[in-house]
Design a protein around this ligand. Structure first.
Ligand SMILES: O=C(O)CCC(=O)C(=O)O
Length: 293
């Protein structure tokens, strides 16, 4: 879900996640899923965000490359609506792809792409329901806590959804962008609860800022196991529905295997001064007629 060619990202990865996990089990997460409750107004929250909370998030993001962010803006009925929309859209697209006889493990259409067997990326630029505005507001509000790479306020460049199906295999370790993509973030809005060390997203903490870790990830491709650094670990934070998971475009991560439907809305947040364009991430061939035709 980024502005840099995904197909290239995957070449960063070298080994399938199960092999990596077999080498060294994931370490316990340092992230928490505690909800923060507050009575301040939205403006106060944005402008006067407690220095401790914002400072903690900035430190965590800079150190680990990912953080669980709390928000009070996502009520259960909003999340239910978003979940139902994503699952319905996913099944419409899978049905259309199946009717065409497409290989579901390798979908590459304008509206949907397979990111690995059983894991689908849905493009939602034309099909966003009204409730998406609320999700975007929550993401933008939380984005004020992220480290910035430019002088402009954070903004959402792009939105979509990832759906993992029962039987989804582990993703390869990859980054959403190259080392030059500092200041870009993917923010996940899980539409179901995700347990710690469960079927969510696993990260290699600190890999966004480490040339050695990026090199080691590339070496996985060549199966040079000796190149795994001694501090190799994968951390899969628990994220309660209603919380957000933000990660640096550069951090190495992978979706864990999944035994249920796990829908996640996502937003690409830009804190740089230049714009990004995600168009290359998607094929031009459509499964369905464009909206309104
Ligand atoms: O499913 C996940 O948790 C991660 C998905 C992902 O990183 C991707 O599709 O590129």
């Amino acid at each position: 879900m980024g502005n840099m060619p995904r197909r290239n990202h995957l070449t960063l990865a070298a080994l399938a996640l199960p092999i990596i996990c077999a080498l060294r089990p994931p370490a316990p997460t340092t992230a928490t899923t505690c909800r923060r409750s507050t009575t301040v107004t939205e403006t106060e929250r944005r402008m006067g965000e407690s220095a401790t909370v914002a400072g903690d998030t900035i430190q965590t993001m800079e150190r680990d490359g990912f953080a669980v962010l709390e928000t009070t803006l996502l009520a259960p009925h909003i999340l239910n609506e978003a979940r139902d929309f994503v699952l319905a859209r996913h099944s419409t697209l899978i049905e259309a792809a199946s009717k065409r006889g497409a290989d579901l493990d390798r979908l590459d259409f304008y509206e949907i792409a397979s990111r690995n067997p059983g894991r689908f990326d849905l493009r939602l630029d034309e099909e966003k329901p009204a409730v998406w505005t609320t999700l975007e507001e929550a993401v933008l509000d939380a984005a004020y806590k992220l480290p910035r790479a430019g002088t402009r306020p954070p903004r959402v460049e792009y939105a979509g959804a990832v759906v993992s199906e029962p039987g989804a295999t582990a993703q390869k370790l990859h980054a959403d962008g190259p080392p030059s993509s500092q200041g870009l973030y993917t923010v996940f809005v899980p539409l179901v609860d995700v347990p710690q060390d469960g079927d969510g997203t696993a990260f290699w903490p600190g890999s966004h800022a480490s040339p050695e870790k990026l090199r080691a990830a590339a070496a996985f491709n060549a199966a040079r196991f000796d190149d795994l650094p001694p501090d190799f670990e994968l951390v899969a934070p628990g994220v309660a529905r209603g919380s957000l998971l933000a990660f640096d475009y550069r951090v190495l991560h992978a979706g864990n295997p999944c035994a249920r439907h796990r829908p996640v809305a996502y937003f690409v947040v830009n804190t740089r001064d230049d714009a990004v364009d995600d168009a290359w991430n998607w094929a031009s061939e459509r499964l369905l007629p464009p909206e309104g035709e």
